[in-house]
Design a binder for this molecule. Structure first.
Ligand code: FES
Length: 191
């Protein structure tokens, strides 16, 4: 699917596009599209979509391209160029492993390796069940607890590789609860 509202089925194309995005995001994009240079709004639009959808998937990128009347390749190119845009869904919980100096000298690399092994993913990836993403982090400001990881707002200190399987089990319960809560709260509509 590519853009252009010169197509004679524009109402259907627009409808298909807006179904991919929350109503307030569609409203924002359509405001941008009415401005003289909609392409200059592209980064703001992508930020907004990511903020509401969590990531920029193919369907969302295509919807943006349609509604802003820009080539899909341009939208996808900008989304993939900037590291702060995520092109894949994130897990229910983000496990951040501090790779700062204090943590590094206390073994954060071994902690990271064990997480990768247990979860079957690398940094920047999400488990196939969508529960966990793994990310490296700069100093989390709690060097006295090194090595440190952070999950949501909670800091876990003095982590050893052997603690990780048990910790993942505990975090799985938390991730499932979060998923159930989100499913309940999003059930009526996606606005
Ligand atoms: S280096 Fe890890 S918390 Fe500071």
């Amino acid at each position: 699917m590519t853009q252009t509202n010169t197509t004679d089925n524009w109402p259907q194309v627009r409808q298909a596009a807006i179904e991919q995005l929350p109503a307030q995001v569609v409203e924002f994009i359509e405001q941008c599209a009415r401005q003289p240079h909609p392409e200059s709004q592209l980064i703001s639009v992508l930020h907004k979509v990511q903020h509401h959808c969590g990531y920029l998937g193919e369907m969302q990128l295509d919807a943006v391209a349609q509604l802003l009347q820009l080539p899909h390749a341009k939208v996808a190119g900008v989304a993939s160029f900037y590291h702060y845009f995520r092109l894949t869904p994130r897990g229910k919980l983000i496990i951040r492993i501090c790779m700062g100096t204090a943590c590094y000298v206390k073994g954060s690399e071994r902690v990271a390796e064990r997480f990768k092994e247990e979860l079957g993913i690398e940094f920047g990836e999400t488990t196939t069940d969508g529960m966990f993403s793994l990310e490296p982090s700069r100093c989390l400001g709690t060097c006295g607890l090194a090595p440190v990881i952070m999950v949501e707002d909670e800091v876990y200190g003095h982590i050893t590789p052997d603690q990780i399987p048990g910790l993942i089990e505990k975090l799985m319960v938390q991730a499932q609860q979060k998923q159930a809560y989100e499913t309940d709260s999003q059930a009526p509509n996606r606005k």
